[in-house]
Write a protein that binds this ligand. Structure first.
Ligand code: ASP
Length: 587
């Protein structure tokens, strides 16, 4: 037997027992003939002690050899500690070392394995197995495990069946590029890794499984950010004989259950539901952070016609109102102006107006707007004396995006987005289609299996951009945690959808014939949702980076720094796959 206890387990009650522990040497201290060792494993840290003169000579010799991260076994008696450590649960006791064995030695680790390490991101990713020994990473993985277990418990309790779906499939249209895998047995042909199990979960409904879930890897080849990884995990679900409300209720229930069991946060109200159009108008994006107000007001009609060409030539003019913002200094406002001019926002400038305490207005465009004009604008925006009005103008979508970013930035600066306050909500009534200028055609906003509102189907021929979808997103604190939809289950409607998305009959048949075919054999009305598992866990953990919650994440260029992947494959492998490389930019 290697050990009788783990390193987080022993307490006062164990004093007098002879125990064996195994673990890693965190630290060794030698003070005038007394030696202390902190022994670490997943469960905690236990202090070991030896007095050189009363300990067996060979044991002292082994202790002398020990360095950081050596893996050892120690046997000895549990004794009461002279100076207790109330910061760790084992802080009342220590082990008087009687015997010690080194299992394996360690080189000096490339960074120190402590909570606030000296290792940079890339180095820690290269040695992720060492990074995971650190409490913050270990705790993040433990949190992830706990959330996964609670999800299974809840969904199992609601009759969801966990079914695995294949990874070697063909393209699923979730809007990203596919990762492809060449097939040796079918030369010249490729599998695609699933962007999601979408089509399979729908087939499981046709197969009569009624309620399905899976905590599953999805693969999307897209540009990476802090909250994106090329492979990520979804809590993927599908249900039969349901309407939108049924799905929202079950998954609102799951969300509340997780908040309660994982965070001990009770949410005792119904999540607000906001149509997409309202989210866009008031918050400038489809994942509003409703922890704070500072809503956007459309003032296009109110400010045009005063000979200010910037406004007169703009498609849209909108403003936000910063409470008590007149105290903002010139320098602070200049900074905001610089911010809206950054390429990712792309505004030409920021117009502002101070609503002074004495009821007068002072703006950057006083030449064009009188005090009365401002009074009317302030009224429309519900501004109060002391407020600072900030205005952007330009193309509608871009300007709303700019106002949204400005609002979030101010929210951060003013401490209006505390990490321990949670504001869940549903965004509903998404548009079914969105027009893509580049390809000059409509794309599915969610995916092509999403059902339109019944009463909007007639708009397919006249105004496809206006069709609303039975689609919904769960948003918490401005983060899209999940999304789903009621699906089309009628073959003809699905065919019409493909047609509207620009698929020829043949293309639709080649790509989705299997699903259309299945619709011939009795398809139940169905719908589903998928939560981003990594995002949900990082929200619970209080970090903006999903990487912290993934055991072996990839860096911003999609590389696994530890195993050094992707990497070239051998000529023999290429040959076997009948592949020839055709590198870009080379003759
Ligand atoms: N497959 C969808 C996604 O990955 C989720 C769903 O519609 O259930 O976003």
């Amino acid at each position: 037997m290697y050990r009788t206890h783990n390193c987080g387990e022993l307490r006062k009650e164990n004093i007098g027992q002879r125990v064996s522990l195994c673990g890693w040497v965190q630290l060794k201290r030698d003070k005038g003939g007394m030696i202390w060792i902190d022994l670490r494993d997943r469960y905690g840290i236990t202090q070991l002690a030896a007095e050189a003169k009363s300990t067996d000579e060979s044991v002292v010799k082994t202790i002398d050899e020990l360095g950081r991260e050596y893996v050892i076994q120690v046997t000895g008696e549990v004794i009461e500690r002279y100076s207790k450590n109330d910061k760790i649960p084992t802080g009342d006791i220590e082990i008087k070392i009687e015997d010690i064995k080194i299992f394996s030695k360690s080189e000096t680790p490339p960074f120190t394995i402590i909570d606030n390490t000296d290792g940079g991101d890339e180095l820690r990713m290269k040695y992720r197995y060492l990074d995971i020994r650190r409490n913050p990473v270990k705790n993040a993985l433990m949190l992830r495990h706990r959330v996964a277990q609670e999800i299974r418990k809840y969904l199992d309790g609601q009759d969801f069946m966990e079914v695995e779906t294949p990874y070697l499939i063909k393209s699923t249209p979730e809007g990203a590029r596919d990762f492809v895998v060449p097939s040796r047995m079918n030369p010249g042909e490729f599998y695609a890794l699933p962007q999601s199990p979408q089509t399979f979960k729908q087939l499981l409904m046709i197969a009569g499984m009624d309620r399905y879930f899976q905590i599953v890897k999805c693969f999307r080849d897209e540009d990476l950010r802090a909250d994106r990884q090329p492979e990520f995990t979804q809590i993927d679900c599908e249900m039969s004989f349901v309407e939108q409300d049924d799905i929202l209720n079950i998954f609102e229930g799951l969300t509340k259950y997780l908040f309660k069991t994982v965070k001990d946060v009770e949410i005792d109200y119904d999540f607000p539901r906001m149509p997409y159009s309202e989210a866009m108008e008031k918050y400038g994006n489809d994942k509003p952070d409703i922890r704070f107000e500072m809503l956007i007001t459309d003032i296009t009609k109110d400010v045009q016609g005063k000979d200010f060409v910037v406004f007169d030539s703009a498609d849209y003019i909108g403003g936000i109102c910063l409470e008590n913002g007149i105290e903002y200094s010139r320098k602070q406002i200049d900074k905001l102006t610089d911010f809206v001019k950054t390429p990712q926002i792309g505004a030409k400038g920021l117009v502002y107006c101070k609503y002074n305490a004495d009821g007068t207005f002072k703006s950057t465009i006083d030449k064009f707007y009188s005090q009365e004009d401002w009074k009317a604008i302030a009224e429309k925006m519900e501004a109060k004396q002391g407020d600072l009005i900030l205005i952007l103008a330009g193309a509608k979508e871009r300007t709303l995006h700019g106002l949204s970013e400005l609002r979030l930035k101010l929210g951060n600066e003013l401490g209006l987005r505390p990490k321990d306050t949670f504001a869940p909500m549903w965004v509903v009534e998404f548009p079914l289609l969105e027009f893509d200028e580049e390809s000059n055609r409509y794309h599915a906003k969610h995916h092509p299996f999403t059902s339109p509102f019944d009463e909007d189907i007639k708009l397919f021929d006249t105004n496809p951009g206006e069709i609303r979808a039975k689609a919904y997103d769960l948003v918490i604190n401005g983060v899209e945690i999940g999304g789903g939809s009621i699906r089309i289950f009628d073959r003809d409607l699905q065919a019409q959808m493909f047609k509207n998305l620009g698929f020829t009959k043949e293309e639709a048949e080649a790509q989705f014939g299997f699903l259309m075919n299945a619709f011939k054999y009795g398809a139940p009305p169905h719908g589903g949702i998928a939560f981003g598992f990594d995002r949900l866990v990082s929200l619970f953990g209080g970090s903006d980076s999903i990487r912290d919650y993934i055991a072996f994440p990839k860096n911003n260029s999609g590389r696994d720094m530890m195993i050094d992947s992707p990497s070239a494959i051998s000529a023999a492998q290429l040959d076997e796959l009948e592949l020839l490389l055709n590198p870009k930019g080379k003759e």
